[in-house]
Design a protein around this ligand. Structure first.
Ligand SMILES: NC(=O)c1ccc[n+]([C@@H]2O[C@H](COP(=O)([O-])OP(=O)(O)OC[C@H]3O[C@@H](n4cnc5c(N)ncnc54)[C@H](O)[C@@H]3O)[C@@H](O)[C@H]2O)c1
Length: 252
């Protein structure tokens, strides 16, 4: 028996590194995967990869989840097509970086909108459907929630991801009576198409891996394996936790 057979899993950011891996791994475990991304071409490529393995990627793109109407529309069309939501995997995000004194107001709002607002919107609209039979919310935070960076100015990103962790704890409190679990995952540095340029540049790579005990970036599949566990019934006793997966960065 596969771990997610028959579960309807809504995954955001299915055009990106972790979202694509999640769509593939969740489908292989029997989930009905509904994705979306603001980047239609990247989402379409994920669709093609699933089809090549005999799966479907439901959902649509472009969807800008920072616009609450589009977030609602995406949730409603999943309900219309599949009749239920078992898993909401809030993975999508986009951030801007810069030293706090030089950081523009626009860049601050962009980061909060695309790292935090979108998680509230999808959760708000999915909640009543998750409550029907007790679902799971997985929110992707970051080690930026737990520590600063000497490499990049991450004030907005850190604020947003810290909020993702505390938002998740409150979801766990409100969700428990309805059988909804909520868990955040805080990855360290992960190799994705978006971070490949940093990984490949020896100087930046050295700086980013400073303090990472395993001396390498994580792979998207390693983060998704943890999310898969959280989404499954094996994690039935887990809610309100933040799970750090960072190659040992926070151990120092
Ligand atoms: N890559 C890392 O090193 C790292 C480290 C810690 C946490 N994370 C977190 O992991 C998650 C996945 O990121 P990733 O590494 O796969 O990055 P990624 O950039 O490859 O993927 C993110 C995807 O989200 C989409 N997206 C952004 N804003 C959107 C919006 N408003 N509406 C719809 N889609 C939107 C992007 O188009 C992109 O496809 C993110 O929450 C990120 O903050 C990443």
């Amino acid at each position: 028996m596969k771990r997610l057979t028959g579960k309807v899993a809504l995954i955001t950011g299915t055009g990106g590194g972790q979202g694509r891996a999640a769509a593939l791994q969740f489908a292989r475990e029997g989930a009905i995967v509904v994705g979306c991304d603001v980047d239609a071409a990247a989402h379409e490529e994920t669709h093609r990869l699933l089809q090549a393995e005999g799966f479907s990627l439901y959902g649509n793109a472009p969807v800008d989840l920072g616009d609450h109407e589009q977030a609602r529309e995406w949730i409603m069309s999943a309900i219309k097509q599949h009749g239920r939501i078992n898993i909401l995997y809030n993975n999508a995000s986009a951030a801007r970086f810069g030293a706090v004194d030089k950081f523009s107001i626009d860049d601050w709002h962009y980061t909060i909108r695309n790292e935090l607002d979108l998680i509230f919107f999808t959760t708000k609209y999915a909640w009543e459907h998750l409550a029907v039979q007790g679902g799971v919310v997985i929110n992707i935070a970051s080690t930026a929630a737990w520590g600063g960076s000497k490499v990049a100015g991450i004030s907005a990103h850190a604020a947003a991801k810290g909020a993702v962790v505390s938002f998740t704890r409150q979801l766990a409190v409100e969700g428990a009576p309805q059988g909804i679990r909520a868990v955040s995952i805080s990855p360290g540095f992960v190799r994705t198409p978006g971070t490949a340029a940093f990984v490949d540049d020896p100087k930046t790579r050295r700086a980013l891996l400073d303090g990472v005990l395993q001396d390498r970036p994580g792979e998207p599949e390693e983060i998704v394996s943890l999310a898969l566990y959280v989404a499954s019934d094996e994690a039935a006793f887990m809610t309100g936790s933040d799970l750090v997966i960072d190659g040992g960065l926070l151990a120092l």
